[in-house]
Write a protein that binds this ligand. Structure first.
Ligand code: ADP
Ligand code: MG
Length: 147
């Protein structure tokens, strides 16, 4: 297990690559605001809890890095909240408690294999967050104070 770390801010527009159309919307945070804390953590896929002001606290799985498949030149923070909202929430305050690490960033031979791996990451996150060592972080004051 890793030491939990915390970041948050308003949900911004990402590249609009249609991850939502693929069933994997990611609520981007402005990575430039978190350069120090990001430099202390390796790129890759993490999981944890997401607090959305006015809505609640949800499981999330998140990619941090350059997304090799898409050849990004800027680091991005892309949490997928494992909940069906049925609407967008751009501009809302999103707070993350990041409690576990799944894997490093990887490139994939096809979009299909990338999507399959992200769904696998989501299943891993859902299960792990039910474990007592991770479940408790749902109650962290940082998440609640945004509500
Ligand atoms: P963008 O490139 O602008 O980030 P996405 O296709 O990644 O666009 O969609 C992300 C947006 O979808 C989020 O900013 C949020 O407003 C909305 N959204 C709806 N449901 C979810 C969810 N379960 N997880 C993350 N974002 C979601
Ligand atoms: Mg996104």
């Amino acid at each position: 297990p890793i030491e939990p770390w915390y970041i948050g801010g308003p949900v911004i527009k990402g590249f609009g690559r249609g991850s939502k159309v693929l069933g994997i919307p990611t609520a981007n945070l402005p990575a430039e605001n978190f350069s120090t804390i990001l430099s202390e953590h390796t790129s890759g896929v993490y999981f944890g809890w997401a607090g959305l002001s006015t809505r609640g606290i949800y499981k999330m799985v998140m990619s941090i890095g350059w997304n090799p498949y898409f050849d990004n030149t800027e680091k991005t923070i892309e949490p997928w909240l494992l909940h069906d909202f049925g609407e967008d929430f751009y501009g809302e305050e999103l707070r993350l408690a990041i409690v576990g690490y799944i894997r490093p960033e990887a490139n994939f031979p096809s979009l299909e294999s990338l999507i399959a791996r992200i769904h696998e990451d989501g299943r891993i996150a859902k299960k792990a967050l039910d474990l007592p060592i991770y479940a408790g972080s749902k109650d962290s004051p940082y998440l609640k104070n945004s509500m």
